[in-house]
Design a protein around this ligand. Sequence first.
Ligand SMILES: *[C@@H]1O[C@H](CO)[C@@H](O)[C@H](O)[C@H]1NC(C)=O
Ligand SMILES: *[C@@H]1O[C@H](CO)[C@@H](O)[C@H](O)[C@H]1NC(C)=O
Ligand SMILES: *[C@@H]1O[C@H](CO)[C@@H](O)[C@H](O)[C@H]1NC(C)=O
Ligand SMILES: *[C@@H]1O[C@H](CO)[C@@H](O)[C@H](O)[C@H]1NC(C)=O
Length: 218
Amino acid sequence: MIISVLLLTLFTVTGHASAHDDVKERGEIISRSENANFYSSYWTDGKSKVTYNNKANGAYSVTWAPGGNFVAGKGWNPGSTKKNVSWTGEFKPEGYSYLSVYGWTRNPLIEYYIIESYHPDHEPAAPPEGEEKGNFTSDDSTYLIRTKMRVNKPSIVGTATFRQIFSVRQDKRENGTVNVQNHFDAWKAAGLKLGSMDYMILATEGMNSSGTASITVL
Ligand SMILES: *[C@@H]1O[C@H](CO)[C@@H](O)[C@H](O)[C@H]1NC(C)=O
Ligand SMILES: *[C@@H]1O[C@H](CO)[C@@H](O)[C@H](O)[C@H]1NC(C)=O
Ligand SMILES: *[C@@H]1O[C@H](CO)[C@@H](O)[C@H](O)[C@H]1NC(C)=O
Ligand SMILES: *[C@@H]1O[C@H](CO)[C@@H](O)[C@H](O)[C@H]1NC(C)=O
């Protein structure tokens, strides 16, 4: 039993090309078992002290200090349009930070966030930073749809210009279940087109802030 679990444990590191030497990105499949197969992604711009602790199965914790930007978490690669993502945990940020179902699509290149909680220092993509595209109800809360363009920023294909799409939950929470299909359907109805799925994680992101998060994706 122990041997078969060890044999199923794969370690891979995939580098994403970047125009900046100080931008590092890696994705790792760190654990597999008979009923779980979680992908892990930890990206940092290298400008703040971040300790990402990649635990067994769907668990991780992260502690961060001010300076730069990071995004870290566990999930799947590729993500799926037909998922209910459940997790439990604690999210204790001080300053600009998000807890979200986070991922990327290709063709078109899109960075998306289903934001479940965030620190009030920075409301995600609030106008005029972002554009409002309506709202809808899912999983017992209203979500606001917002979008904005990113020009020459780090992405999964290196420095690129791409759209970000946000669902911003109004009734914030630190654990629960996100019906991902509802969000993708609402974005499509708002004219925001996704491409083919790349990775999807339950992410903690910090931008020149500090905090701790301890999350278990179920
Ligand atoms: C997600 O949960 C909802 C509500 O329980 C259910 O109707 C739906 O079929 C589930 N979707 C998937 C892909 O399991
Ligand atoms: C879930 O979140 C609520 C607050 O949003 C908290 O009171 C509760 O302890 C959390 N439960 C777990 C298992 O993390
Ligand atoms: C949601 O959209 C409706 C219809 O456009 C609007 O009346 C309402 O104010 C919006 N709610 C929020 C919370 O923005
Ligand atoms: C980070 O935050 C500190 C204190 O709030 C501020 O002085 C500094 O300019 C910020 N750095 C960046 C890169 O935004």
